[in-house]
Design a protein around this ligand. Structure first.
Ligand code: HEC
Length: 192
């Protein structure tokens, strides 16, 4: 969510609260009238109901911002990790570079959003074991050198597993993919 979106969302919440407050005072006066008229049931009914969407679903009072957990970020990292190898081994350097920069982006999101995971300083560990290796990979991609890329990829994969071990997740073992799990994607460079 961009800053603009979140400001907009906040604006909506304020508007909704104002409406809800208005509805609540209206209901309060109806309840007072009904109690006077002897209709006790209304007095027990819940206060202002949140407004409904066109589909009839109630809109919650406060927006819940979806925050992926470390495990979800890791699934995305896993995909980039696999795809960058599948691309590089076909010498599709543009795609390898793309996958590498996407993976880097997710790692920095993890550093920003999950700097600590159950007392594990995930953010600092990324700096310590991943950042240097990624720089080597960027160099290899830029020079279009598969041998260098392969060596750096091995180090990256070892760094994945080192952190998993350090985080008591040694059972999550990452390796170089032998074949594509993405049947709907071509990894060879486009023909021109
Ligand atoms: C800084 C530490 C750290 C690094 C580096 C790291 N991981 Fe993880 N990874 C974790 C932790 C912690 C978990 C467990 C998260 C949980 O339990 O919710 C995890 C979980 C995973 C999972 C399991 C997700 C699932 O639901 O199947 C995969 C896959 C994964 N990591 C892939 C990778 C890959 C690929 C790399 C390297 C490119 C990597 N990880 C690097 C800390 C790390």
């Amino acid at each position: 969510m961009s800053l603009d979106d979140s400001m907009q969302a906040r604006g909506k919440v304020t508007a909704r609260c104002t409406i809800a407050a208005g509805a609540a005072s209206l209901i309060a006066s109806v309840v007072t009238l009904s109690v006077v008229g002897g209709a006790q049931t209304l007095a027990q009914s819940p206060p202002a109901k949140p407004p409904a969407t066109p589909s009839g679903q109630a809109v919650p009072d406060l927006p819940k911002v979806y925050m992926p957990g470390l495990g979800e970020f890791m699934l995305v990292i896993q995909t980039h990790h696999a795809k960058m190898w599948l691309a590089a081994r076909e010498k599709n350097w543009a795609l390898a570079e793309y996958q590498l920069s996407e993976m880097k982006e997710v790692f920095s999101e993890v550093q920003e959003l999950v700097p600590k995971y159950k007392d594990i300083p995930v953010g600092d560990m990324i700096d310590a074991i991943v950042t240097g290796v990624i720089a080597d990979m960027e160099k290899a991609v830029e020079q279009k050198k598969l041998k260098e890329f392969s060596a750096a990829y091995g180090k990256l994969t070892a760094a994945c597993n080192d952190c998993h071990k350090a985080a008591s997740r040694g059972f999550i073992q990452i390796r170089k993919p032998t074949r594509s799990s993405f049947d709907n994607e071509e990894f060879r460079p486009p023909r021109r």
